[in-house]
Each structure stands twice: as structure tokens, then as C-alpha cells.
Design a protein around this ligand. Structure first.
Ligand code: ATP
Ligand code: MG
Length: 216
């Protein structure tokens, strides 16, 4: 479902990605591990179309994403890719349910339908009782679950997560990881997860090691 070939990226004069190849099958859960500064987040951003490579190709679901215009690329991203970050980036002024629905609204899904889907996801993630609460009124684990629901609201085929459990205690981390596997089993999504969590890396289908801008 994903083919990234010969990805190069420099920031200024500094080469950060130096010819990365990464292919991921549909329904696969792949962990990316490596030291701080290895280029993991940079690669995830490029694979997720949040950034463009200097060289190389990213093909998702058969579409050469960098050949798309900026506008088409952001529509593609909103529809096909879900992001989970280390810090949840929920909008503080909005309730959990509103936060979850925002990507659906951008995707022009009708309000009723978006909210029904949002509630269904919050239930599935065990935080439906927090739907009307603002992020500041929720625990870290609850906030992270809400951000996972937001990542899923448009039913993306590809979920990209950058240290999703980095800020959670071990119990919440384990249940978030379990959730990824449950989602894959029920909805067939593909996951690429940057993690320092050895347990998560060990239970994923495949672990990719990065060092100095290259995959080992
Ligand atoms: N926008 C940017 N401008 C300049 N340098 C950058 C930029 N983004 C990342 N870098 C540099 O690129 C290198 C790789 O960064 P990246 O965030 O991909 O690392 P990482 O593997 O995710 O590390 P960590 O585990 O600490 O999150 C780092 O040296 C970083 O300082
Ligand atoms: Mg990073």
C-alpha cells in the first residue's frame, strides 16, 4: 500500500535522509526505531505528505503523492492518512467530540453523520463519557484516545503515529498499543509507528531500524 523509494531530504546543507526505501503492505503494523536525530519524524512527515522529499518517490494506494498539487495533496492526506502525535494537539477550546469531528468537517461530511461516527469511535476507545469535555478536563490517556479517534474519523487506510505512547504510563501505553492491533483486526488499517517503546516494537509485524538518515 506504501512504497517510498530513494527518499532524500536535507535541511540547509545538512543531509537528514540519505536514500531511504520503505515499503509497507496493506494491514501491516511496522515500527520505526532509532536514536534521536536519526530522521524518523522527518521520514514520517514525508511519507504522510506533510513535507516533500528533495528526491525520491512516495506512492500510496497507487498514487504518486508528490505529483499532486498542494491542494489535491492536502485533500488526499485528509481522506487517506490519519496522524497520531506524541503530544495530542487537541484544540483546547473544543470538546472531545468536536475535536474528533474536525477532519470530517474539513472533508465536508455532514454534521450529524460526522458526530455519529465520532461518538462511535469515542465509544470504541472507551471515552464516550468524555465526549462533551474539553481536553483540559481529561487525563493524558483520555486525551490520547481522543486524538486517536480524531485520526480515524475519516476512515483513513494509513495511520502514521510518532511516539504515540511517549507520554503515557505503561498501562495506558499498553492499552493504546492493543487498540492499534484491534483496529487492524476489525478495520484492516495499515500502521507505521515511530516508537522508543521496545514492547511495541517487539509485538509489531516488523521493526525498521534507522541510523543517520538511512534504514539499516
Ligand atoms: N525543519 C527542520 N529544519 C532543520 N533541521 C531539522 C528540521 N527538522 C528536523 N531537523 C533535523 O533533522 C534531524 C532529524 O530529525 P528528526 O526529527 O527526523 O529525528 P528523529 O529521529 O525523529 O528524532 P527523535 O527521536 O528525537 O524524535 C535532526 O538533527 C533535526 O535537528
Ligand atoms: Mg522524532
Amino acid at each position: 500500500m506504501l512504497d517510498a523509494t530513494q527518499i532524500y531530504k536535507s535541511f540547509g546543507q545538512l543531509p537528514i535522509l540519505r536514500g531511504v526505501d520503505l515499503s509497507v503492505d496493506r494491514g501491516e503494523i511496522v515500527s520505526i526505531v532509532g536514536a534521536s536525530g536519526a530522521g524518523k519524524s522527518t521520514l514520517l512527515h514525508i511519507v504522510g505528505t506533510l513535507d516533500r522529499p528533495d528526491n525520491g518517490r512516495v506512492v500510496i494506494d497507487g498514487i504518486d503523492v508528490n505529483a499532486l498539487s498542494e491542494k489535491k495533496m492536502s485533500l488526499f492526506r485528509n481522506k487517506h492518512i490519519g496522524f497520531v502525535f506524541q503530544f495530542h494537539h487537541l484544540l483546547p477550546e473544543f470538546t472531545a467530540l468536536e475535536n474528533v469531528c474536525i477532519p470530517a468537517f474539513i472533508n465536508r461530511v455532514e454534521k450529524k453523520e460526522a458526530e455519529a461516527r465520532g461518538m462511535e469511535l469515542l465509544e470504541r476507545l472507551g471515552v464516550e463519557h468524555r465526549a462533551q469535555h474539553k481536553p483540559s478536563e481529561m487525563s493524558g490517556g483520555e486525551q490520547q484516545r481522543v486524538s486517536v479517534a480524531r485520526a480515524l474519523v475519516n476512515n483513513p487506510s494509513l495511520i502514521l503515529a510518532d511516539e504515540p505512547s511517549g507520554n503515557l504510563d505503561s498501562e495506558n501505553a499498553a492499552s493504546l498499543h492493543q487498540l492499534f492491533f484491534d483496529l487492524r483486526a476489525s478495520l484492516g488499517q495499515t500502521f507505521i509507528i515511530v516508537t522508543h517503546n521496545e514492547e511495541l516494537a517487539s509485538i509489531s509485524d516488523r521493526t525498521v531500524h534507522m541510523r543517520d538518515g538511512q534504514i539499516l
